[in-house]
Design a protein around this ligand. Structure first.
Ligand code: HEC
Ligand code: HEC
Length: 212
């Protein structure tokens, strides 16, 4: 099996053949040539045809409906290495920053149903999202991410995001994003991620993951 970035151990068999295709078209579009549409198709090989994410060996996040400002920030941070991920680091460095805006606008406009799949306590998750956990210094997520979890500007949409991606992300915040990615915005999430227990993270992930 040929692997993108030589990291085939990371992929399930199911994803592997798709990733081989991504590796080929990726190297074709990553250089000077390739229009925005080619790059979007490259993203969709991993993030799903409708942008709703993909469950492989690990969860690949949903991009559909995501805030364009947030997508652009993440691409910049992956490319510079401020946000650590070996797969997306290579992808983002292979795409011209001049096209980030058009790619982000494309995914923002998509609106497929959520994949769902979280196993946490949805009622507890709804409570944490709406009101936080004052006794543990966890703020209400809705204060920043919006009452419908659609985000705004550089604050991401959480609605419909894959629960296992959210659990991974909230459990590894500091090693993956440090405090300075997205121009310091990621520091806003540090107290939240440190003060939530594993069960509370699973609960809020299951709740927002099911929102449209
Ligand atoms: C080889 C598979 C692969 C390809 C191709 C790929 N991605 Fe990703 N992408 C991932 C993985 C895996 C993650 C999760 C990384 C992490 O946990 O930080 C991710 C994460 C992201 C994120 C962060 C999402 C969030 O909610 O924080 C953005 C934005 C993103 N990708 C955009 C793109 C764009 C735009 C393209 C096409 C130019 C693309 N990706 C192509 C695998 C891929
Ligand atoms: C003070 C504002 C604020 C509050 C309150 C807040 N967030 Fe965030 N959150 C942000 C910002 C800003 C980002 C984007 C950080 C970046 O770009 O690195 C973010 C990012 C995230 C991400 C990453 C999304 C992705 O696609 O990778 C998750 C998950 C998240 N927040 C969950 C939560 C949860 C759950 C709560 C409530 C327990 C919460 N947030 C409360 C501001 C906030």
């Amino acid at each position: 099996m040929i692997a993108i970035h030589g990291r085939n151990a990371l992929y399930s068999i199911a994803l592997a053949s798709a990733v081989v295709a991504a590796g080929f078209s990726g190297s074709a579009v990553a250089g000077a040539g390739g229009g925005v549409q080619d790059k979007i198709e490259y993203c969709q090989v991993c993030h799903g045809e409708t942008g709703r994410g993909f469950y492989g060996y690990y969860a690949i996040p949903r991009l559909a409906g995501q805030q364009p400002g947030y997508i652009e920030n993440q691409l910049r941070d992956y490319a510079s290495g401020l946000r650590h991920n070996s797969v997306m680091g290579g992808v983002a460095r292979g795409v011209s920053p001049a096209t980030y805006g058009a790619i982000a606008a494309h995914f923002h406009a998509m609106n497929p149903a959520p994949l769902g799949g979280g196993g946490g306590n949805v009622a507890l998750g709804r409570e944490i999202f709406a009101n936080g956990l004052p006794e543990s210094n966890v703020p209400a997520c809705s204060a920043c991410h919006g009452p419908d979890a659609h985000g705004t500007g550089q604050i991401p949409r959480l609605a419909g995001q894959l629960p296992s991606y959210l659990v991974k992300t909230l459990s590894n915040w500091s090693p993956e994003r440090g405090h300075s990615s997205a121009g310091g915005l990621s520091a806003l999430m540090v107290p939240t991620t440190h003060n939530l227990t594993a069960a509370q993270i699973a609960a809020v992930a299951a709740y927002v993951g099911g929102l449209r």
